[in-house]
Ligand binder design. Structure first.
Ligand SMILES: Nc1ncnc2c1ncn2[C@@H]1O[C@H](COP(=O)(O)OP(=O)(O)OP(=O)(O)O)[C@@H](O)[C@H]1O
Length: 251
């Protein structure tokens, strides 16, 4: 079964088609980069995968469920299996790092457990272990907003690690970073996929085409809401990149 399956999916905002008849299958364990010019539909496609965006037509299956049709409980269960990474890290600055890492557990914990953990952190060893894997074990009890931007990025990745999702959706996770740090975050993100006995699946939107080719197995290029390139990363060449990003005289 595919981790993500889109069949002839379109999303319209008024007259504008953000996604235009996309059919795409992502196999379990695959690392797929979504690339393409601004406005091509990358974020919309990721939104379809976690049910934030509802298709105007077509069929979406993610880990065997349709996120747009799932009931409240089923959607919650599905989202527990999906980790998300954004450019904005969504960390709570004044809290200690351990609490932000434990936020990855919230889908599993009920409200009482979550509250108890805020007073006296639970599963500290797991949080410490996740931070160690991200190379910042010593910051477990630091105030999150005292950490550097790069360290905070690692906290956000450690949060995904404790969540232990089957599928990771990352929407431009490195677009505000300098090249060296972007490379590092991609390395950590891809390393995080290997931490599970069954390799996790990644769908990541990237503005940096070279980063996509270097870190992913497959590169899917979007233009005007359509897939115009879908190749294994080692088969992507300069011409494919030029065609994807060439300026469109009609628009
Ligand atoms: N909520 C919305 N309402 C109206 N139009 C939208 C909405 N979300 C996206 N769009 C439009 O849909 C198109 C695709 O947007 P989307 O954000 O998916 O592109 P993208 O490839 O992620 O772009 P970028 O690389 O700039 O983030 C754009 O033309 C955008 O303006």
């Amino acid at each position: 079964m595919a981790a993500v399956s889109l069949r002839d999916v379109s999303v319209s905002y008024g007259q504008r088609r953000a996604v235009d008849g996309i059919t795409l299958q992502v196999r379990p364990g695959e690392r797929v980069a979504l690339v393409g010019p601004s406005g091509a539909g990358k974020s919309t496609l990721l939104g379809l995968c976690n049910g934030i965006v509802v298709p105007s037509s077509g069929e979406v299956q993610v880990l065997g469920s349709d996120p747009a049709r799932a009931s409240g409980r089923a959607l919650k269960r599905l989202r527990r299996r999906i980790g998300t990474v954004h450019q904005q890290l969504h960390l709570i600055g004044p809290l200690r790092v351990v609490h932000n890492v434990n936020a990855g557990q919230l889908g599993r914990w009920g409200p009482w457990r979550a509250l108890r953990s805020l007073i006296r952190p639970l599963q500290v060893d797991q949080a410490r272990d996740a931070l160690a894997r991200m190379g910042i074990a010593g910051h477990l009890h630091s105030r999150t907003d005292r950490l550097s931007g790069g360290e905070q990025q690692r906290v956000a990745l450690a949060r995904v690690l404790v969540q232990d999702p089957e599928l990771v959706l990352a929407d431009e996770p490195v677009s505000s970073l300098d090249p060296a740090r972007a490379e590092e975050v991609m390395r950590l993100l891809c390393g995080l996929l290997e931490e599970s006995p069954r390799r996790r699946t990644l769908v990541v939107s990237l503005h940096d085409f070279d980063l996509a080719v270097r870190h992913c197995d497959r590169v899917v290029g979007l233009r005007h809401g359509r897939v115009v390139l879908d190749l294994p990363a080692d088969e992507v060449d300069e011409r494919a990149r030029e065609r994807l990003y060439e300026l469109d005289p009609d628009r």
